[in-house]
Design a binder for this molecule. Structure first.
Ligand SMILES: [Zn+2]
Length: 515
């Protein structure tokens, strides 16, 4: 047999989390892994010496705001450079298809804080037509989820109320259309509009539809409305009522979640969660407003914010949420104050933090994104991150935001930080288990049967990295820094990173879950 590529002598960490690393050669033909063996005598068009390096499955990022940036722009390769070969679409339920143009435009405005200067034509009629814009144009694979924001918006607009029976039926139809197009998961952002208005009945109803397609449920849970503990418990309720596996986005193991996780173990709940392992989030300031003032379309919300009474009522609320004002400005419509601290620019404008924040939302027509540090003390944060890093139900996902001037360092660093800091430096978890949390585990959980492992007949999504040097370089104030130590990344058998360099190739496919 003749191979296209042979990867020689690498230390194979196979992504199952079960097998210890072993040395072998891997033979690729076309887009698949054809042999894992001693291939010294075999013929190949190209041989890559991976001696002393780790060869593992491409990483699967289950929560990342990258789908449009994969089509082009400064950050098209930012995630692939870390070894990410599959991206799930529609994180937080953000997705615009198959909405009619006007509604799609309104939702684009609402979600722009997480998509920056990305551009996409909002003209499609079905999930398939939307997915077709990616075929042949992306460096890594894209795997769809059902975008609940679009599902609800299409059925009942921005209305902040429970759905009627008829509206639920319309939502069911769109959910089925997405599942039939290959969506693997019903995905929600329950702090965001319009999904925040969904009641438990709606979530269970749509989850039952998803479960009938062997899809799972994933959510940014309802932190703002009911608080974190109750939001974890609501997710468990959905798992039980709809008999669906559930997954919680961007979470961590601390006192609150540890208590719920004990119950999850005790009652054998089918629950997983993901973490990016940095002590700060990233979102828009609008989320810090009282929920009743966040509702409606962006234009309706902005009109409401003109009311002086609304301003008076919002300021104490914002003051409480913003604390000392150490949030970093990542993006806004006019492009001002990028990379600066909120407290510094407030002072410059002669305003309190909360006055600045309120006015900023209005002036930037709600297109604004901030890095939001945790309010807990740094040593406590490190303790929480360390115990999160090795929790058996945790997988790694970046929540990366791209093509904005000042992203969160996780956009360029999440996966390599895990390998450099948590595996090599702190030795909190073995390489075998860490690779599983970035490949085999997310693939299994989100129903990807032909990826996430190194085995024959599977797709040739492969990363080769140097375990002694692999590390992130992106920081809070210098976040656009590619990693080091990731030398080769193959997507469907094609090198997208070749000896540390971006090749410019676009071998990514749209993946589809088949029941
Ligand atoms: Zn989120």
């Amino acid at each position: 047999m003749e191979f296209d590529i042979i990867i020689e002598d690498g230390n194979i960490v196979d992504g199952t989390g079960k097998r210890d690393p072993y040395i072998a050669d891997i033979g690729l033909v076309g887009d698949s892994i054809e042999a894992i063996d001693d291939l010294t005598e075999a013929k190949a068009s190209q041989r890559i010496n991976a001696s002393g390096q780790v060869v593992c499955p491409g990483f699967v990022d289950v929560h990342v705001h990258s789908e449009i940036s994969l089509l082009g722009g400064r950050d098209q390769y930012a995630a692939v450079m870390q070894g990410v070969t599959t991206h799930l679409a529609a994180p937080d339920g953000f997705g615009w298809a198959p909405l009619p143009q006007q509604l799609a435009q309104e939702l684009w405005h609402y979600t722009q804080f997480a998509y920056g200067d990305d551009k996409v034509a909002l003209n499609w009629n079905t999930p398939d037509e939307y997915l077709n814009i990616f075929e042949g144009h992306i460096p890594a694979n894209l795997y769809p989820q059902v975008p609940h924001c679009a599902v609800r918006l299409g059925a009942m607009g921005w209305d902040a109320r429970p759905a009627t029976t008829d509206e639920l039926k319309i939502m069911e139809r769109t959910t089925r259309d997405w599942l039939e197009a290959g969506a693997c998961c019903l995905c929600l952002g329950l702090d965001y509009q319009p999904s925040a208005n969904a009641d438990l009945n709606e979530l269970v109803y749509l989850s039952k539809v998803a479960a009938s397609y062997d899809a799972i449920y994933a959510a940014h849970i309802r932190y703002q409305l009911i608080g974190r503990k109750a939001a974890w418990e609501e997710t468990i309720e959905i798992a039980q009522h709809a008999k669906i596996p559930v997954h919680i986005s961007h979470e961590r193991v601390d006192e609150v979640s540890a208590e719920v996780l004990e119950r999850v173990d005790r009652d054998d709940i089918d629950l997983t969660f993901e973490s990016y392992l940095y002590p700060a989030g990233m979102t828009h300031l609008a989320m810090m407003l009282p929920m009743e003032y966040q509702t409606g379309s962006p234009d309706e919300m902005l009109l409401n914010l003109e009311n002086t009474d609304v301003r008076e009522k919002s300021l104490p609320y914002l003051r409480d949420k913003l604390g000392i004002g150490n949030q970093i400005i990542g993006y806004n419509r006019s492009g001002r104050y990028i990379g600066k601290l909120l407290k510094d620019v407030s002072k410059q404008e002669g305003k309190s933090n909360e006055e600045f924040a309120y006015d900023f939302i209005r002036e930037e027509i709600a297109i604004e994104t901030f890095v939001m540090p945790w309010v807990t003390p740094p040593d406590e944060n490190e303790k929480v991150l360390n115990q999160t890093a090795c929790h058996p139900r945790m997988m790694i996902a970046s929540d990366g935001v791209y093509n904005i001037p000042h992203p969160h360092p996780r956009s360029y660093g999440c996966f390599v930080q895990y390998l450099g800091k948590f595996v090599r430096e702190r030795q909190l978890i073995s390489l075998k288990d860490a690779v599983y949390k970035m490949s085999g585990f997310p693939a299994e959980r989100f129903r990807l049967s032909d990826r996430g492992r190194i085995a024959t007949d599977l797709a040739a999504d492969i990363v080769i990295f140097d375990p002694d040097t692999v590390a992130d370089r992106s920081t809070w104030f210098d976040p656009i820094q590619p990693p080091v130590g990731v030398n080769w990344v193959f997507v469907n058998g094609v090198p997208v990173i070749n000896d540390g360099e971006v090749t410019g190739k676009l071998p990514g496919k749209v993946l589809r879950h088949q029941k």
